[in-house]
Unconditional design. Structure first.
Length: 171
């Protein structure tokens, strides 16, 4: 699975002491021990990641161990500008997530933000080749963490040495 993790979920996914970590452990396990990869990119996303600086090391490690895909920032930024120009609504505050979906083909978003869901899942806003994304918001959506939600261009996903990853300590 490829998944975009909204910055509002970093603690839930990566921090064992977060109150909702148990709801998001399947996402972390899928990334660290399974076939999952985090997809990210774009100036706004990188700025938000820098604000949550304690997670920068985790993203660096995920990149190093082939558990993350960094989409070229310029591509994401281009799509984001297009979306911001064409969708003018105060509730649409995550155009960068939709821009990542458009540039990567990623089919899953991990987020706790309900306001942007009607926009990000609107099929009329996507070309035919791009499936609208689904949202992982907790254990009720664990069935989404499957191979069917991996865009074909990202298969095979994770290469593990001896069946283990140095990132296993996060789980």
């Amino acid at each position: 699975m490829c998944i975009i993790i909204d910055t509002n979920c970093f603690a839930n996914v990566f921090n064992k002491t977060s109150a909702r970590h148990n709801e998001f452990v399947p996402v972390l396990k899928w990334i660290i021990s399974g076939k999952g990869k985090v997809v990210y990119g774009g100036t706004k996303y990188i700025e938000e990641l820098k604000k949550a600086s304690k997670y920068m090391k985790i993203f660096s490690l995920m990149n190093m161990y082939n558990c993350a895909i960094h989409i070229e920032d310029q591509q994401v930024d281009h799509e984001q500008v297009y979306l911001e120009t064409n969708i003018v609504d105060p509730n649409f505050d995550d155009p960068h997530l939709m821009a990542i979906v458009l540039t990567s083909g990623c089919r899953l978003i991990c987020s706790e933000d309900d306001r942007s869901i009607p926009f990000v899942t609107n099929t009329r806003l996507y070309p035919r080749r791009i499936s609208k994304p689904k949202y992982y918001k907790g254990l009720r959506q664990v069935q989404l963490l499957c191979d069917n939600n991996i865009p074909p261009r990202y298969r095979p996903l994770c290469i593990r040495r001896n069946g283990h990853s140095p990132l296993d300590v996060l789980v």
